[in-house]
Structures are given as C-alpha cells and as structure tokens.
Design a protein around this ligand. Structure first.
Ligand code: C5P
Length: 248
C-alpha cells in the first residue's frame, strides 16, 4: 500500500486514527486531547478552532505527545500558499491540507516548502454535486474531477489526498500505493450517519487502502468516548491484518 505501509515503522491502527477537534475554544479542545491522547494518534485542528485559538491549538496537541493535522485547506496565490506552508511546517504539524484547484504552480510551490509535513490535497469538497461543480466552471462529473485533481496534485509533489471512503479504491488504482490517503466520512456499523452521506465502516475503508481515518462524532458523541475510540482501533487493526495477508 502507500509509503506508510510496509515500512519498518508502519503506523499502528491507533496511530492511524484521527480525532477532529471540531470545537471553537481551546479549553474544550484540551479536554478532548487529555481524554483521548492515549487512544488516537492524530488530532485534527480545523478552521473553526484555528481561527479561535491559533497555533496554541497545535501546541496543545503536541504537548500531549500526539501528531497534529492542520486542516486549513489553503487556496491562494503560490507565494502566499508557500509562505503559509512554511509557517505550518515550522509549527511541526504532521499534515496540512491545500486545495488542489489552486493549480499546479501553487501545488509545486507548497511542496517545496513542506519539509517534514505531509501535504494533503483536497480535490472536490464532498458537499459539492455535479451541478455545483458546473456552476463554478469545473468539468465533472465529480468522480472524474476527483481523479483528475488527485493525479495533478500527486504529480506536483503533494504527498497525499483527503478523499471519501468510496473514492479510495479508485484512487489507489489510478495513483498507486505511494500517496497517503486521509479518509473522513467513516461510521462504525450502527453509528448515526449525521450529515455524512458517502460513508463506510472503519474496516472497509482500511481494507480498500485508506491510510488514516478521521472519525469525529461517533467518538465525541458516544456515552464512553474512550471505549468508542478503542472499538474503532480494534476494527482498524483487524482490517490491517486482513490487508497485509491479502498483499502477502
Ligand atoms: O464527525 P465526523 O466524523 O463527521 O467528522 C469528520 C471530520 O472530517 C470533520 O472535521 C469534517 O469537517 C471533516 N471532513 C469531512 N468530509 C470531507 C472533508 C473533511 O467530513 N470531505
């Protein structure tokens, strides 16, 4: 599978689980970090928390010994994206998102500044359907646009993609094993779907070739979030074992 598989230091199931800190204040974020730092490997800091708390949110994740996924979805001129990427890399974040539609020049510019940070391109937001794509002048259908923008991003030197679980198999086939695939829209069997429509279970997403799974509400809204996170990790573990047997 991707560069993170098969290496002597391939991440464990726990290290592949990402908890999004979808909250707007640092105090609440710290509570989630304290409660779940032993259960997940990565915490995602997105626009809502970063706008409120800034780099302190990233530091809170690092202080707990976890990795940070800074989900800022950069989209600007190449020079500005490159400088923002350099600033994020200086913070030591493990992952940073950029929009693929920023174009090849911008993607090459950010790749040059990423250092040890893995850049993940967002192709087509899952909130956009074919009609919305057309209204902003992007050639659809959406799955073709995902494939085209994914290929363009990887060719520009971006390390991976954020994608829906249902896109994982297609992207693996098209792009091979190297790109890191970060996959939200994951729901354990029986969990509420919320507003997620294109979903899969943790096990099926891993078996399809996902590297990291972003699981928020099924863990945060559970009566016992620690137990919920452990159940997801167990399911991922089983799928990783099946995946390595299948490729042996
Ligand atoms: O609570 P839930 O598991 O749905 O959270 C998923 C996280 O992944 C949220 O932070 C959401 O913004 C993010 N995300 C997503 N779908 C995408 C890209 C990001 O759900 N296509």
């Amino acid at each position: 599978m991707s560069q993170v598989h098969g290496s002597p230091h391939a991440p464990s199931a726990r290290e592949r689980l990402v908890l999004p800190l979808d909250v707007t204040d640092l105090l609440t974020a710290r509570r989630w970090i304290d409660q779940l730092a032993g259960e997940v490997g990565v915490f995602k800091v997105g626009l809502e928390l970063f706008t409120a708390a800034g780099p302190d949110a990233v530091r809170a994740v690092h202080d707990a010994g976890a990795a940070c996924f800074l989900d800022l979805k950069l989209h600007d001129i190449p020079a500005t994206m490159a400088k923002a990427t350099a600033s994020a890399a200086r913070l030591g974040v493990r992952f940073l998102t950029v929009h693929a539609v920023a174009g090849p020049a911008a993607l090459r510019a950010v790749a040059a500044e990423a250092g040890d940070t893995t850049l993940l391109a967002v192709t087509v937001l899952t909130s956009m359907d074919d009609d919305e794509l057309e209204s902003v002048g992007l050639a659809g259908p959406a799955d073709r646009a995902v494939e085209r923008l994914g290929a363009l991003s990887v060719a520009a030197g971006v390390g991976g993609l954020v994608c829906s679980p249902l896109e994982v198999a297609m992207l693996r086939e098209r792009l091979g094993t190297a790109p890191t695939l970060m996959v939200p829209g994951v729901r354990p069997a029986g969990a509420a779907h919320g507003d997620q429509k294109r979903i899969a279970t943790p096990g099926s997403a891993i078996e399809a070739g996902a590297d990291f799974l972003v699981v928020g509400r099924p863990i945060r809204d559970a009566a016992d979030p620690v137990a919920a996170a452990r159940a997801v990790v167990d399911e991922m573990q089983g799928a990783l074992a099946r995946r390595s047997q299948a490729s042996a």
